[in-house]
Design a protein around this ligand. Structure first.
Ligand code: PMP
Length: 513
């Protein structure tokens, strides 16, 4: 019999963290916030205590999940957002991704306007979550992206979340992030809180609460060293609604996606005017990347570039701090969102020399010596029903292009992609598919195929009863035009203008060139 169910200490802690009773949460939105603060043990000088607040623990992996829920629920309560109304926002990614989660759960269509220079992963994530992504030229910068979002909202009557000016953004951080920090440091006390700013929602919402309730905490704001729009002291020109009237003159492109747009957002400007910032820390792009790498490889914390940058600023604070000083760095998101950015430059795809040395230190599964197949038994005959099935299939005049395939085999998928791109109608006989029906077993059919073609591998491709061969044979035949000649011979239509290297349809790891 299964042991009686008792709540473990871990479970009790988890339930307490979520601020709701144990049991299923009403929805994914009830998992936002209550992110953990962890001690960093292997980074930084030993005389201080460094901590990181890990916003990647939010369901869509960033601090912006808080804002997304905050602005949507505030708009619902104020009657500004009607059921089924489209939501629109200009976003470098994380806000859009958070909004996409909230809109998916609550049933609002979402359009995210994003400058083309933000990472591809973000676009794909948004579309996967059901949002539409409208790209804007990188040359138009953040202000152009936001102007486009505003124009779309005005033209179509959509709800614009106005993350850079919306007080609900700062309010959600005062209600949640700030309270979490105060609770977690209630006994220890906190000497420094280090953050950057994107909208300034985190900065405004948290700093005003800390100033009021933990006045001994020094507020440190980091920004890219080549784009010091705050430290420059140059004020931002604004329109009547608080949005920026023009790019800030000190803005320069920097790698910290999500930080320091090309203007000082209203929410950030409010913090400057209120005098809540005690110290500014410029951070170089290289230090930000190194910070993210150190978090990953020394602490096992997978953070994005701005998390690395915040750590770098916190380390600067740590250098000159008194012994025993407690420093908290905000870590806004996960590194998984940056695989295609400079953060992963130099992270190799292939085995390094050191890895190859490990590989060749034992005999099995190596690339430098061919694996000898242990006593492959070649079939001498096949069930007559299987042979008849193969012959009938390749001889079907209605469907002259046939591929005997495996449903999820990468080579088969690549051939399907080539045929789709070239507009070639074909039949894929997926021998391992759950829905595959034939008068003989797939094992017998593979035997029959071997006896016909002499090849033990799948896929095997035919045009009008003539064997083309396997995937690479089909790619070679396409590249030299022999496949097209065969298609014409059997009256199969195809796109004569397609100019492509057939091998480009293979995933990179299978690419022989
Ligand atoms: N880091 C990343 C990766 C972000 O996406 C953002 C938000 N754009 C921030 C930091 C800054 O957060 P906030 O908007 O609250 O200032």
């Amino acid at each position: 019999m299964a042991p009686a169910f008792t709540a473990s200490a871990d479970m009790t802690r988890r339930a307490a963290n979520a601020n709701i009773a144990p049991g299923p949460r009403p929805s994914v939105l009830d998992t936002i916030g209550r992110t953990p603060i962890v001690r960093l043990n292997n980074i930084g000088p030993k005389h201080v205590a460094l901590y990181a607040k890990l916003e990647a623990f939010n369901p869509m992996g960033s601090v912006k999940d808080r804002l997304a829920l905050g602005v949507i629920e505030a708009a619902e309560q104020a009657g500004l957002l009607k059921p089924g109304q489209t939501v629109v926002e200009g976003s470098s990614g994380n806000t859009g991704i958070g909004l996409a989660m909230v809109c998916a759960q609550k049933g609002y269509p979402l359009v995210v306007v994003m400058a083309e220079n933000f990472s591809i992963e973000r676009r794909k994530l948004l579309r996967f979550l059901g949002a539409k992504v409208v790209l804007t030229p990188a040359s138009e910068k953040g202000t152009g992206m936001l102007a486009k979002a505003r124009e779309l909202a005005e033209t179509h009557g959509w709800f614009l979340t106005r993350q850079f000016e919306n007080e609900a953004n700062a309010d959600v951080h005062s209600r949640t992030t700030a309270r979490e920090i105060l609770e977690d440091f209630a006994e220890l006390g906190l000497d420094y809180w280090v953050t950057g700013f994107g909208t300034g929602g985190t900065l405004k919402g948290v700093s005003r609460v800390l100033k009021a309730e933990s006045p001994q905490t020094t507020i440190v704001v980091a920004e890219p060293d080549n784009s010091q729009i705050l430290a420059s002291g140059i004020a931002q020109t604004r329109q009547a609604d608080g949005s920026a009237a023009a790019s800030h003159p000190s803005f320069r492109p920097h790698p910290m996606q999500g930080w320091s747009p090309d203007f000082i957002p209203k929410l950030t400007g409010d913090v400057v005017e209120a005098g809540l910032i005690d110290r500014m820390e410029p951070v170089s792009g290289a230090a930000a990347m190194q910070g993210a790498k150190d978090l990953a490889s020394k602490e096992g914390i997978f953070a994005g570039i701005t998390g690395g940058a915040t750590l770098a600023a916190a380390l600067r604070v740590a250098e000159a701090a008194e012994p025993g000083t407690r420093i908290l760095a905000m870590i806004p998101d996960t590194g998984e969102r940056y695989l295609s950015t400079p953060l992963f430059d130099g992270v190799p795809e292939d085995m390094t020399e050191a890895e190859q040395a490990i590989s060749t230190s034992t005999p099995l599964c190596r690339f430098d010596v061919a694996t000898v197949s242990p006593t492959a038994v070649l079939p001498l005959d096949a069930a007559p029903a299987a042979t008849a099935f193969v012959e009938d299939t390749i001889g079907d005049p209605q469907q002259p292009v046939v591929m005997f395939a495996l449903e999820w085999c990468e080579f088969c998928r690549s051939v399907r992609k080539l045929f789709a791109a070239a507009g070639i109608p074909f039949r894929s006989v997926d021998l391992d598919s759950g829905s595959f029906k034939a008068p003989a077993s797939s094992t017998e059919i593979r035997k029959a195929l071997f006896l016909l073609t002499g090849a033990p591998t799948i896929p095997q491709i035919f045009v009008g009863c003539e064997l083309i061969g396997g995937a690479t044979d089909a790619f070679d035949a396409f590249n030299c035009g022999a496949l097209q000649t065969r298609l014409e011979k059997y009256g199969v239509p195809f796109d004569k203008d397609l100019k492509a290297d057939a091998y480009s349809f293979l995933p990179k790891w299978l690419h022989p060139r």
